[in-house]
Design a binder for this molecule. Structure first.
Ligand code: AVJ
Length: 324
């Protein structure tokens, strides 16, 4: 048992360090990027298909109803470009844009970037079949390292897609910093198309993160199960309650797991993690923005807002920025 846990620890070093630091911090927290193991990927698919989670449908509407307009913005002056997608996943939404660009005979190469080697190899294999003529070169690794690599591969102008409101998973300050760093990795004239979930009726937002079937709850608890499996810990997942909240003033939607009792959790090779009854782990932030904030974000990080695409409900925006 102990040997097995040790092996798991050494082979998952960054995961181990982040989990232990997070659980020994005050207040306790975990990093939402670790939600996505195989079971987490499946649960996230279910979230996207559940009635309350509107984000995916809104952005899908934008990419299916305004495809030509988005393609025209990307094609700009008609010069060849690299279309870079950060966190491409299965590229469902962006494939509509890719198809339109091919129909318009745009001169571009698609460079999806993802941390998952599985995602990249499957995109490299399947997209050219469904999109004949597509030039694709998947890059597996960290966003900014791979942006450097993309710049080294070709001198063409860049159009960067960062969809899905993934930027919402960062607190506002970190998101601001991310935009500045993104700008630093681009050249004047390069473009960014970036998805933000907008502030709206607080009940609508809260329901999206507190769905009636309990899928989001399972999604959060799955990270405890992952820690048990990969790090040899002994979380009793039934002894945690999923609590989601939305604050309309700050636009922060946050998820917590709250301990239902006084309990100890053991993680091999580190101190016992104690939970008081009602003590919480902060699991995730999904930040919501106003359109005004989105524009301010652009200008304060070295971009100029060009245009924006919104769904018919006005719930989600894909903002287009150009690097100054
Ligand atoms: C993938 C980060 C956009 O915050 O809405 C969905 C993840 N978490 N339900 C989001 C998520 C709970 C999602 N993002």
């Amino acid at each position: 048992m102990r040997m097995k846990a040790r092996q798991a620890v050494t082979s998952n070093n960054q995961f181990y360090v982040d989990v232990v630091n997070g659980l020994q911090a005050e207040p306790k927290h975990l990093d939402a990027k670790y939600f996505y193991d195989a079971a987490g990927d499946k649960l996230f698919q279910q979230i996207m298909n559940c009635g309350e989670y509107y984000l995916t449908n809104c952005e899908m509407e934008i990419f299916t109803q305004q495809t030509a307009e988005i393609a025209n913005v990307a094609m700009g002056d008609g010069s060849p470009f690299d279309l870079i997608e950060l966190g491409a996943g299965d590229a469902t939404k962006s494939s509509h844009l890719l198809r339109n660009l091919l129909q318009q005979k745009a001169d571009f190469t698609y460079l999806p970037i993802d941390i998952s080697g599985h995602v990249i190899s499957s995109l490299n294999a399947t997209l050219p079949l469904s999109l004949p003529g597509l030039k694709i070169k998947g890059l597996q690794g960290e966003y900014f390292e791979m942006l450097n690599k993309a710049a080294a591969i070709s001198p063409n102008r860049k159009v960067v897609l960062f969809m899905g409101a993934n930027i919402g998973n960062m607190p506002v300050k970190d998101a601001q910093h991310f935009c500045e760093e993104l700008r630093d990795h681009l050249s004047p004239g390069d473009m960014v198309i970036i998805g933000f979930d907008l502030k709206k009726n607080p009940e609508t937002i809260l329901a999206a993160y507190n769905d009636s079937e309990g899928i989001t709850k399972a999604f959060n608890l799955n990270l405890l199960t992952r820690i048990n499996r990969e790090l040899g810990a002994d979380f009793d997942v039934d002894q945690f309650h999923h609590y989601a909240m939305y604050d309309p003033e700050t636009g922060s939607c946050k998820s917590y797991l709250v301990s239902l009792k006084d309990q100890d959790v053991h993680i091999p090779d580190t101190e016992i993690v104690h939970f008081d009854k009602d003590e919480y782990i902060w699991m995730e932030i999904s930040q919501k923005y106003s359109r005004r904030q989105v524009d301010d974000f652009a200008t304060s990080s070295g971009f100029a807002p060009v245009t924006e695409f919104t769904d018919s409900k006005g719930w989600f925006v894909d903002a287009v920025w150009v690097a100054e």
